[in-house]
Design a protein around this ligand. Structure first.
Ligand code: IPE
Ligand code: IPE
Ligand code: MG
Length: 243
């Protein structure tokens, strides 16, 4: 098999474990989130090097507003700082940024940062980086349904897919969750219908190229059947080789 058939085109990640990483070191939780930004930066470069085309990360869920107020405001400040600092370098690496989630309840500063980052990286094409912020899978399905209804269209799978917040990319091939929990936590409920799932015990701040390679190697061993049986998959891949 050539590497291009085994490297997932679209990887989605639930970046979990920042708080525990900090706690283990007797540090405030925000220190874990800061290291989490570094881990994301490393992961973006590693994805580009490996030929991954789309990376979608869960940075702040609809439910994360329920955390202590100082953690929420710390995360908002961290986001604003990271945007200002990281966007030029990401753009230089060829990253096209998208912020995915409900924006109305975010501050004007964050909204302006999102718009600026998206505009300034729109012409880049090496890696699409979707940062899911104030995102929830249920919110996404509900807002898609509202849009389809407002357009007066029938509520079909195709029309809903086209109205979902990630309609600019194909569904994730591989979903990674770090931090040892085996749950989706309201991430991409619609889009992960056929994603391969990979759970890592590494805490997000310690996730790097080595752990990414382990996830990709595991993905390469999976047979994606999409409802078919094994023989059909083998037969069609043989036909592709002959063709
Ligand atoms: C994930 O790390 C980051 C966010 C949810 C913002 P956590 O903060 O959930 O870390 P743990 O799960 O408490 O270790
Ligand atoms: C999921 O992690 C959300 C993000 C990584 C942004 P959580 O830490 O919020 O998930 P639960 O609460 O443990 O399910
Ligand atoms: Mg967590």
């Amino acid at each position: 098999m050539t590497p291009s058939t085994t490297i997932p085109r679209h990887i989605a990640i639930v970046m979990d474990g920042n708080g525990r990483w900090a706690k283990q070191r007797f540090l405030p939780r925000l220190a874990g989130h800061k290291q989490g930004v570094e881990a994301l930066r490393r992961c973006v470069s590693a994805c580009i090097e490996r030929g991954v085309r789309v990376l979608t990360v869960f940075a702040f869920s609809s439910e994360n507003w329920n955390r202590p107020q100082d953690e929420v405001s710390g995360l908002m400040n961290l986001l604003a700082g990271a945007l200002a600092r990281e966007v030029p370098g990401l753009s230089q690496e060829g990253v096209q940024l998208h912020f995915v989630g409900e924006r109305a309840s975010l501050s004007d500063k964050v909204k302006a940062g999102f718009a600026q980052a998206e505009t300034s990286t729109a012409a880049n094409h090496r890696l699409i980086l979707n940062v899911c912020f104030n995102y929830g899978g249920r919110w996404d399905i509900a807002q898609a349904a509202e849009r389809v209804a407002a357009q007066g269209l029938p509520m079909t799978e195709g029309n809903l897919s086209a109205a979902m917040a990630l309609s600019h990319v194909a569904d994730p091939d591989l979903l990674i969750r770090t931090g040892g929990e085996s749950r989706i936590s309201n991430f991409l409920l619609w889009q992960t219908a056929y994603s391969e799932l990979y759970f890592s015990t590494a805490l997000w701040p310690e996730f790097g190229a080595e752990q990414l390679d382990a996830a990709i190697a595991d993905f390469a061993t999976r047979e994606r059947r999409f409802g078919q049986i094994s023989e059909q998959i083998k037969h069609s891949s043989q036909q592709r080789v002959v063709a």
